[in-house]
Design a protein around this ligand. Structure first.
Ligand SMILES: [Zn+2]
Length: 259
């Protein structure tokens, strides 16, 4: 079994064949966690989680859309956070690469959703791009729930990895397709420093497609190419990496797998 812990199957790129893609996940015997980015994708995530027993959902407002965060949306999250297979607040964070929302708004909404996670006692899924220090400072100051956080598509420095681990706040690190890219040399030295009990695999589909499918639309079944690369880096088999990362994520998100 393998668990794609970060997907966007609610993205419009799946509008033509969403059911087909989801059925393929089912056939492969995988688990998938779909992250909300805004109101619509959070709502659709919750609907799909209700429909499929291998489909988990996170609800939240992405930094790109943080200018659209409202009390009404927050209330909706509170009402649905304990729905079956809704397991986290995400994806939330800071993105200073695109700056689609003003930075002060991104920070406010990130903090507000962390405080919501504290209150609801749920883990958070963090997006951080070109905002390394601000992300770290906010997590350190505001994250109170012991449920912790996962830094998705983690590609920061070894020093930042160490600083997050030193916080002792149950921080996890999720690795995506770029670890398979030829130009991702920093990932090859970074990844083996991540403790094996703190690592997940993800696709971030439809984005970040791993080699050998780079350039095409990504989908959750391609998460095995990320696991292959981690197997190489940790000196394990792909099956062992799949097992370890799945168990880590199941534990972190508080998932109760019926055998
Ligand atoms: Zn994402």
């Amino acid at each position: 079994m393998i668990f794609d812990t970060h997907a966007h199957l609610t993205d419009e790129q799946f509008n033509e064949d969403r059911d087909e893609v989801i059925n393929r996940i089912k056939r492969e015997g995988m688990l998938v966690l779909n992250c909300g980015c805004d109101e619509k994708s959070s709502y659709l995530s919750a609907v799909l989680a209700k429909r499929y027993d291998f489909f988990y959902a996170a609800l939240g407002m992405h930094p790109h859309d943080s200018k659209d965060y409202t009390d009404k949306f927050e209330k909706w999250i509170i009402e649905h956070i304990n729905d079956e297979r809704v397991v986290a607040i995400g994806e939330i964070g800071l993105d200073y690469h695109y700056d689609y929302s003003p930075r002060p708004v991104q920070k406010d909404v990130f903090i507000r959703q962390i405080e919501l996670a504290n209150e609801l006692d749920k883990p958070i899924i963090i997006h951080s791009r070109e905002a390394t220090q601000d992300t770290y400072d906010i997590v350190k100051k505001y994250l109170k729930t012991k449920r912790g956080a996962v830094l998705h598509s983690f590609n920061q420095s070894e020093e930042m990895l160490k600083q997050y681990l030193d916080l002792d706040m149950n921080i996890h690190f999720s690795i995506s397709g770029p670890v398979t890219f030829k130009n991702a040399k920093n990932m090859l030295t970074l990844v083996p420093n991540i403790p094996l009990d703190r690592i997940f695999v993800e696709t971030d589909c439809p984005y970040l497609t791993p080699v050998p499918f780079r350039g095409r639309r990504n989908n959750p079944t391609y998460v095995t190419y990320v696991a292959d690369k981690l197997a190489e880096l940790y000196g394990k088999t792909t099956e062992e990496i799949a097992e370890i990362t799945t168990q880590n994520a199941v534990k972190f998100f508080g998932i109760n797998l019926k055998c």
